[in-house]
Design a binder for this molecule. Structure first.
Ligand SMILES: CC(C)(COP(=O)(O)OP(=O)(O)OC[C@H]1O[C@@H](n2cnc3c(N)ncnc32)[C@H](O)[C@@H]1OP(=O)(O)O)[C@@H](O)C(=O)NCCC(=O)NCCS
Length: 149
């Protein structure tokens, strides 16, 4: 079943907050410890999620009418990508990433910049991203992908 992509609305905030929290706690280990995943997940509060919806361009992927994942961009930066654990490994993340890259390409942006968590690094490298610098003090990996037109 294909995904339907749409812009997130304010009413999605609780679902998107929940997807982010569960995706990190359930999918990020064992690349990081459970305690590290908990600490990462706790960096965002429900009101922080509402702020993201105001400040970023957030897109959701729906499968069968259910929000299965979301991703956010700001200009040429990918600011987050999360798949609900019950939809993991079904192409939701790759489909969203494709969609967000397509939006940037349509806007004539030359490249996408992002910071990959250690668990998602391989996922991005297999999709044309390259490392652009050393691991940050917070443990993320700066990556970029050229967007050919
Ligand atoms: C990274 C993430 C968004 C990927 O989402 P996804 O919808 O599972 O991604 P896809 O199904 O498109 O691809 C996942 C890859 O894992 C493989 N996979 C297979 N079974 C899987 C499973 N049960 N769980 C996860 N991945 C699985 C897929 O085949 C695919 O492999 P590939 O990269 O060689 O093609 C998701 O793991 C996630 O939300 N992680 C926690 C938050 C996070 O790290 N976000 C990125 C922040 S930088």
């Amino acid at each position: 079943m294909g995904a339907v992509y749409r812009r997130a609305i304010r009413k999605d905030a609780n679902r998107l907050y929940d997807i982010r929290r569960r995706s990190i706690i359930e999918l990020a280990p064992p690349t990081m410890t459970a305690a590290e995943a908990q600490a990462w997940a706790a960096k965002l509060t429900p009101s922080g999620m509402e702020r993201k919806l105001r400040e970023l361009e957030v897109w959701v992927a729906e499968r069968g009418g259910i929000v299965a994942g979301w991703g956010a961009i700001r200009s040429d930066r990918l600011e987050g990508l999360y798949t609900a654990p019950e939809f993991a490994g079904q192409g939701v993340g790759a489909g969203l990433l494709d969609r967000l890259e397509g939006l940037m390409r349509d806007r004539r942006l030359p490249s996408v910049l992002a910071e990959a968590s250690s668990n998602a690094r391989g996922f991005y490298l297999r999709r044309g991203y390259r490392a652009t610098g050393p691991q940050t003090p917070e443990g993320a990996w700066p990556i970029a992908k050229e967007l050919s037109t």
